[in-house]
Design a protein around this ligand. Sequence first.
Ligand code: GLC
Length: 591
Amino acid sequence: MSERDIERRWWKEAVVYQIYPRSFNDSDGDGIGDIPGIVEKVEYLDDLGVDVVWLCPVYDSPNADNGYDIRDYRAIMDEFGTMADWETLLDELHARDIKLIMDLVVNHTSDEHEWFVRSRVEEEGYEDFYWWREGRDADEVSWSAKEGPEGEAPPNAWKSFFGGPAWAYDDGREEWYLHLFDVKQPDLNWENPRVRDEVFDMMEWWFDKGIDGFRMDVINLVSKPDGLPNDPEDPFGGAMSQSTNGPRIHEFLSEMSERVLDDEYLTVGEMLGPEMPMAHARRYLDPDEDGLSMLFHFEHMLLDRGDAIWERGEWALSDLKAVFNRWDEGLEEVGWNSLYLNNHDQPRMVSRFGNDGEYRRESAKLLGTLLHTLRGTPYIYQGEELGMTNYPFDSLDEFRDVDTLNPLRNAIADGDVESFDAVKEVVRANSRDNARTPVQWSSDPNAGFTDGEPWIPVNPNYEEVNIESERRDDDSVWHYYRDLISLRSEYDVVVYGEYDPLFPDDDTVWVYTRTLTGEESDEQLLVALNFSDDEVAVGLSEVVTSDHATLLIGNYGDGGDGDAGADAEGELAAGDLHLRPWEARVYHHER
Ligand code: GLC
């Protein structure tokens, strides 16, 4: 790619930091993180060097799904503070040139939202705000719901992603409503133009308050096909295969783009589903179509997963590379990638893709190196910058998440799973709660997160793994992250360089170059990552074309080990590059 072809955008050059407010920092001792708690840490975020904060939902909510069930889009949840607190947060971030993007949750609302309350009683104008349907005769189907009237089955065979049927019966209206997620999260009916008007007005309201964009929750689910067909191939009976990238999805999103979005906003759409056809992805991101800045796909997050939370899939490094390679190539001409390995819905990346024991520090840094040197915008999930690990869950009482508890309890009740103990190892590795334990600020009680009783247990490793001690230690994951973040603003090639993978089938090392060629510069990065507990040699003679590449960053805190293909100053020579366990090196050279 030449410099002339580069479309420069601020959000390509940015690093995003995701905050899950409930677990970030508690300012008032109720055990729940809050907005004033975030304000206290704005200085911290500035020091780390991030450019954007993505704030998970802080809206008024009864918390069936920790704020992803919204009761009032224009109010702040009491536990989190007030609108004035939120305004202070925005001002404090903006004063330090940090942008703020909010979470937009509009596939569904809470069942306590006034639209649903009105729809439930068929108030004029609200009848079709949600998906209401008549039940089927229970004799016609092979399975029946436990709820609902005698002899009646839900309208179709769709299953909720959180377990059980995707339909709930309403006694008053005597009909069923669709909920792809929890029973307290009814799906909005985007076919109804009034629903879209309401959503777009609400977005406009937040833009008027000064926000810089939205992360759009499961936005590729908002168009459902006529007749809501079943699909026996889909583990969710059709709920997943039929709702993802539905028939009118691009029409709805391009309407949104035309009516409320602006080129300057950062918009990132969360796109549920197994493998997304690249043609869809490009339409979501094409400025002449839906015009989103980026999307979150799930392909790398599904590699090690089975159909249920107590199942697991086998994966190899080459599979992980194949996903990233496919997406880099797929969005080469149109679009831009987001780069993430964990978030509030996923286990901690160092426990999942690294080694959270002996090589916690090295592997956390290596994964960070990957995310910050691939082509795309890196997203840091709170606590990732210190290498936080999964929680050693030992009993069901320690979990809080509906997506862990509901399916598991149903499966135990139905006899599909014998007991929690029988599936403990897998569930503890997969649960979303791994990401939701409090941020470990210090070695004070409760990791300095709260003076009260935390809503979810603190990881017992906080005395060793915490921000305060990592800030004192120059060789920590935290300092390394800070360096990675700053590379982006120093080297254009980190942001815009073309990505070329090497040895794609290798299951131990991930090696690639990033190249930027133009009138003013001709530079290249060589990134070499060892994803194993063993030392490995990488044959570089065919790759290295320069004898004066220098080590830009490496996770062993030195310039190389003498005979490792790099000399004491970190210069790279053609030959074999020896990488120590979980070693990451990034070389740079002007060509
Ligand atoms: C998204 C959110 C997740 C939530 C779900 C339903 O996947 O990230 O936390 O449970 O949507 O809103």
